[in-house]
Ligand binder design. Structure first.
Ligand code: ADP
Ligand code: XUL
Length: 543
C-alpha cells in the first residue's frame, strides 16, 4: 500500500492531498487547505498579495510560501493520521509565472538545512529579491514590447513560445528586475518559478522546471521544449546560466531532504518536479485524452483543453503550454475571476448563499443587462487599466449585477476559447467557486453542455498527487498509462448540471452582443447599443 502526496500552492493558499494506491483500490486519504491571509497574518497579504501602491504590481513572499510549506508538512506528519513510512513520492502544483530570485549562498543553505531550526529562519539570506512577482502583475508592458520587438513581432513570439509575451509571464518580469535592479540581477544565481522553488525546498537542491510551467515564461521554445537562446537573449544578459534546466514532468529531483526526514519523520520519498496549477489541473480533472475540457474558477478563471500539437491562437489571447502527460494543452486565463465575483457580492452586502439566490431569481440573458467585469486590469482580452462597464444595468441592482458578472465571465470563457477548435461534450469544473452549483448552472447554460464538478474539488492538488504516483512508477520502469493514473480518482459528482432546455439560441445571440461590447470598449468596434436593443426586443427586459 503506497501513499502519494500532492501540494497546491495557489494565489490565496496552500492545499495538500494524499492518495492511497493498493492494487486496484484507490482512495483519497487526506485533504487540507491553509489560507495565507488568515494563517500567516504577519506577512500582511490581501488574498495572497503583498500590500501595494501601484495597482499594476502584484507581489507575494517566497518566505510566506516556505512557511506555509513547512506548516503543511508538519500537519501531514502530526495531524493527518497517515503512516508516513508509506509515503513513496511527493509532487506539487503552483500558481504559474511567479518567480523567485536566489543568490549564491542558496545552494549550500538548501543542502544543509538544520532540522533543529524552522525553515524560514534559515532562508532569510538566500534571496536577491525579497518579493516574488506573481501572475496578477501587469506592470511589464514596456518589457513585453521590447522582447517582442527583439524577437521579430507578436506572431513570431507566439510561434516560438506558444503565446505572445504577456505581462504576467516570467521573462518580462525578469527583464524588469534586470532593468530596475541590475546589481540585484547580477547577484542572482538562480531564477526559479514558484513550482521549481518549492520542489527545491523539498529536495534540498536546485529542482528543474518542467515544460508545462516553463511554457509560461516567454523563454521556452514550445516545439522543442528547450530554452530558446533567442528569447533568453531578448530578455536579459547571461540568463541561460541563471535558469534551472528543463526536464520532463515526471522527473524525480531527488529524495526528500534530511531536513524533512529528521525534523518530521518523513521517509526519503521521491521528490518529484512540481508543475503549474493549470497543467496539474489537466491531470486532476482527467483530461488525459480528447473529450471534455475543464474550467477552473479559482482566483483566476481558466479554461484548459488537451492538445496534441502546439497550435497557437491567431487572436493571440490564448496560450499553449506543455501538458504533464508530455503532450500540450491550450489555455485561456482571466484575471477577473473569483475576486470580481467577490467584489459584486460584497458591494451588495451578500454572502455566497445570497449570491446564489440572486442567480436563481434572475432570468438567463438578464433582460439584456450586460457587464464588462474589468474590476482589475484584464488578461483576456488585454485591458491595461481597470474599468467596469455596464450596459442597461443599474449599478445598484444587486441581483442583476450578480447575474451580469457571472454571465459575462462564462461568455468570455466561451468566446475566447474558440480558437482551440474543441467541441467539448462536457465541462469538468474545478477551483474554489466550482462549489457553487448556481454558478455552474450559468456555465452549463452559456456553453450549452453538461458541467461536472469533481469529488476532489482541488483538481490541481489531486493532479499533483497523481503525478507523484506516475513518476514513482516511471522510475521503477513501469509506464503507467495516464487513463489508468486518473481512473478511480477523478470522479465526477452526480448529478451533472445540465443546460436548461431552450437557452442555446438566447446565449448564442448574447455571446455575439458581448463580443461586440468588448470590441467597442477596446476601441475596435461600434457601439453595441443597437444589438442590445434587438436582443431585448426578442427576449424581453424583465427579470
Ligand atoms: P487559488 O487556487 O487561486 O488560490 P481557489 O481555487 O482556492 O483559489 O479559489 C478561491 C476562491 O473560491 C475564493 O476567492 C472564493 O471567491 C471562491 N469561492 C469559494 N467558495 C465559493 C462559493 N460557494 N461560491 C462562489 N465562490 C466561492
Ligand atoms: C495561468 C495563470 C493563472 C495562475 C494562477 O496562465 O496565470 O491561472 O496559474 O492560478
Amino acid at each position: 500500500m503506497a501513499v502519494y502526496l500532492g501540494f497546491d500552492l495557489g494565489t490565496q493558499g496552500l492545499a495538500a492531498v494524499a492518495v492511497e494506491v493498493d492494487g486496484p483500490r484507490r482512495r483519497v486519504v487526506f485533504e487540507r487547505a491553509l489560507d495565507f491571509d488568515t494563517a500567516f497574518p504577519r506577512y500582511g497579504t490581501d488574498h495572497g498579495v503583498l500590500p501595494r501602491e501601484d495597482p499594476l504590481v502584484a507581489d507575494s513572499s517566497p518566505l510566506l510560501w516556505a512557511e506555509a510549506l513547512e506548516r503543511m508538512m508538519q500537519i501531514v506528519a502530526t495531524e493527518s493520521g497517515l503512516d508516513l513510512a508509506r509515503v513513496r513520492a511527493v509532487a506539487g502544483s503552483a500558481q504559474q509565472h511567479g518567480s523567485v530570485y536566489l543568490n549564491r549562498t542558496a545552494a549550500e543553505t538548501l543542502a544543509g538545512l538544520d532540522p533543529a531550526q524552522p525553515l524560514v529562519a534559515q532562508l532569510a539570506g538566500v534571496f536577491t529579491r525579497k518579493v516574488a512577482p506573481i501572475w496578477m502583475d501587469s506592470s511589464t508592458a514596456h518589457q513585453c514590447a521590447a522582447i517582442t520587438r527583439a524577437l521579430g513581432g507578436v506572431e513570431a513570439v507566439a510561434r516560438l513560445t506558444g503565446s505572445r509575451a504577456f505581462e504576467r509571464f516570467t521573462g518580462p518580469q525578469i527583464r524588469k528586475f534586470f532593468e530596475h535592479d541590475p546589481a540585484g540581477y547580477r547577484r542572482t544565481e538562480t531564477i526559479h518559478l514558484v513550482s521549481s522553488y518549492l520542489a527545491s525546498l523539498l529536495a534540498g537542491k536546485r529542482a528543474p522546471i518542467e515544460p508545462g510551467d516553463g511554457a509560461g515564461m516567454a523563454l521556452m521554445d514550445i516545439a522543442r521544449k528547450a530554452w530558446s537562446p533567442a528569447a533568453l537573449e531578448a530578455t536579459a544578459p547571461e540568463l541561460a546560466g541563471k535558469l534551472p534546466p528543463l526536464a520532463d514532468s515526471w522527473t524525480v529531483v531527488g529524495e526528500l531532504s534530511p531536513y524533512w526526514t529528521r525534523r518530521y519523520g518523513f521517509p526519503a520519498a521521491a521528490a518529484v518536479a512540481w508543475s503549474g496549477d493549470n497543467p496539474c489541473s489537466l491531470v486532476g480533472t482527467g483530461l488525459v485524452a480528447d473529450g471534455p475540457i475543464a474550467i477552473s474558477l479559482g482566483t483566476s478563471d481558466t479554461l484548459v483543453a488537451p492538445m496534441a500539437e502546439p497550435r497557437t491562437d491567431p487572436s493571440l489571447d490564448g496560450s499553449v503550454f506543455g501538458a504533464p502527460t508530455g503532450s500540450y494543452m491550450g489555455l485561456v486565463c482571466f484575471k477577473n475571476g473569483s475576486l470580481a465575483r467577490e467584489r459584486v457580492r460584497d458591494a451588495h452586502g451578500m454572502n455566497w448563499d445570497a449570491f446564489s439566490r440572486a442567480l436563481r431569481a434572475t432570468r438567463p440573458g438578464n433582460g439584456g443587462a450586460l457587464m464588462l467585469p474589468w474590476f482589475e486590469p484584464e488578461i483576456t482580452p488585454p485591458v491595461a487599466y481597470p474599468g467596469v462597464r455596464r450596459y442597461g444595468l443599474d449599478a445598484a441592482d444587486g441581483p442583476a449585477n450578480v447575474r451580469a458578472v457571472v454571465e459575462a465571465q462564462m461568455m468570455a470563457l466561451a468566446n475566447h476559447a474558440q480558437w482551440m477548435g474543441v467541441r467539448a461534450k462536457e465541462i469538468r469544473a474545478t477551483g474554489g467557486a466550482a462549489a457553487n452549483r448556481d454558478i455552474l448552472q450559468v456555465m452549463a447554460d452559456v456553453h450549452g453542455v453538461e458541467v461536472r464538478p469533481l469529488e476532489v474539488g482541488n483538481s490541481a492538488c489531486l493532479g499533483a498527487a497523481l503525478r507523484a504516483w506516475h513518476a514513482d512508477e516511471w522510475r521503477s520502469g513501469r509506464r503507467l498509462p495516464w487513463p489508468d493514473v486518473v481512473a478511480g480518482f477523478v470522479v465526477p459528482e452526480e448529478p451533472a448540471i445540465r443546460p436548461a432546455a431552450g437557452r442555446a439560441p438566447l446565449y448564442a445571440e448574447l455571446r455575439e452582443v458581448y463580443a461586440a461590447a468588448e470590441a467597442h470598449a477596446l476601441g475596435r468596434g461600434p457601439d453595441p447599443g443597437p444589438l442590445l436593443e434587438a436582443f431585448r426586443r426578442k427576449y424581453g427586459t424583465g427579470r
